[in-house]
Design a protein. Structure first.
Length: 424
């Protein structure tokens, strides 16, 4: 591929993203942790205490029988440490010291009596064989919790065994998500490293007020369905700084999600940042109030994508802003696809009922790996409306790229290249 010709500000974004402290620096280990090392995010006030800092009483998994050899099953020890911490009337921490710990599928249940901190300084790995994960669909699940912080550590699900099964088209299980958070509120996930999941790295489902900060996520380019961050039916989600290199969407925003703020993401390789897929079900909630800023897409299959199935539905997309995004040799830098049908199998073949409106693309610069840099393929039955392009400059091999519109309407301002395909 041609060397990237992206604007200088993409370098500035990365400089800002990597602060002067180490990207994955963790709080120091002690029997009592100071809460100021965890977060000062304003929308999560439970992480601050007037007149002093919240302190956590630590439950060390080694004291419950965990083995840091990467082979012995430490699941019972982790479970017992969590249960004891969860019963504490004082803020409590489950501490995983340096070393490698093997975990089989585990659920960390709530609600707990007080604030909880899951603090990993070492590495957590999954079982060697994919079938040992069972059929639950998750590896590490946090369920019905409030005021939870997940801090540091490496999580390696060792998913290559499962990917090989998928590739051979054998009778594999549905696969597991590495870290799943369900029906939880006021959650911080900070400084974690996720590697080689069977499916999604991190799934957020039916949650409120979640901050994801300073994440490193990686899986091979050809690993199937390994979304970096997958959000569904959730509200008030902030992603502030992430490096994501994976085999599917870097970030996927699913039905029923609103009020999402994403900034400082370096995506690639991967399938970009996606809203959808939507419209798979007839009665389905929509997506609204999504803001993506100050991010970089590097050699991604898509850049900024909205995708929906071609069938009747109640779903929608509205009030979305993509701003200050650098594209570095990305296919489909800007794309709306309302005929989404992966692998072209069992496609509905109907007009999409997903109504897309009020989507703004502002200050999108860089290079496209495909001649069509802007593609709006919208529904004939429910055309896209209110699409806005402001200062969009995308080139293809140092030449002018092109744009394609089907059933799409909107406006332009500033310098827009390729030329808008909106009908006047």
């Amino acid at each position: 591929m041609e060397k990237s010709n992206s604007p200088p500000y993409s370098i500035l974004l990365l400089v800002l993203f990597f602060s002067s402290s180490s990207f994955l620096s963790l709080a120091s280990s002690s029997s009592i942790l100071n809460d100021s090392t965890i977060s000062n995010h304003r929308s999560l006030p439970h992480h601050r205490k007037k007149g002093g800092h919240v302190q956590y009483v630590t439950h060390n998994v080694l004291h419950y029988g965990a083995k840091a050899d990467g082979v012995s099953d430490s699941t019972p020890a982790f479970s017992q440490a969590w249960e004891e911490a969860c019963k504490s009337s004082r803020p409590a921490s489950v501490h995983v010291p340096k070393g490698t710990y093997m975990l089989k599928p585990i659920v960390f249940y709530g609600p707990c009596q007080s604030k909880m901190l899951f603090h990993v300084e070492g590495k957590v790995v999954g079982p060697k064989h994919y079938w040992e994960f069972g059929k639950s669909g998750f590896w590490i699940l946090f369920y019905k919790l409030e005021k939870l912080t997940i801090l540091g550590g490496t999580y390696d699900a060792q998913g290559s065994d499962y990917w090989a099964c998928r590739k051979s088209q054998s009778q594999c299980s549905q696969g597991t998500k590495s870290i799943t958070i369900i029906q939880s509120r006021n959650v911080v996930v900070k400084g974690i490293k996720s590697l080689n999941p069977q499916m999604f790295h991190l799934a957020i489902d039916h949650c409120h007020q979640v901050l994801l900060k300073k994440l490193y996520i990686e899986a091979p380019t050809r690993s199937p369905n390994t979304d970096g961050i997958h959000i569904m039916s959730s509200e008030g989600i902030t992603i502030a700084g992430a490096v994501i290199k994976t085999g599917d969407d870097c970030i996927a925003i699913g039905p029923g999600t609103k009020n999402v703020h994403i900034r400082g993401v370096h995506c690639g390789p991967g399938h970009g940042i996606s809203i959808g897929s939507l419209g798979l079900h007839t009665h389905e909630a929509g997506v609204e109030n999504v803001f993506v800023t100050d991010s970089v897409m590097t050699r991604t299959q898509n850049g900024l994508r909205i995708k929906s199935w071609g069938r009747k539905t109640t779903s929608f997309v509205r009030n979305v802003v993509f701003e200050n995004i650098a594209m570095e040799n990305s296919y489909n830098p800007i794309i709306i696809d309302q005929n989404y049908c992966p692998y072209n199998k069992n496609c509905p073949g109907m007009g999409s009922g997903v109504k897309i409106s009020g989507v703004t693309y502002r200050n999108i610069h860089g290079t496209s790996a495909s001649p069509i840099a802007v593609k709006f393929v919208c529904s004939a039955s429910r055309p896209c409306t209110g699409l806005q392009l402001h200062n969009v400059r995308l080139t293809y091999h140092k030449a002018i790229a092109s744009s394609v519109c089907t059933h799409a309407g909107g406006g332009v301002s500033g310098v827009v290249s390729p030329r808008s395909c909106f009908r006047k």
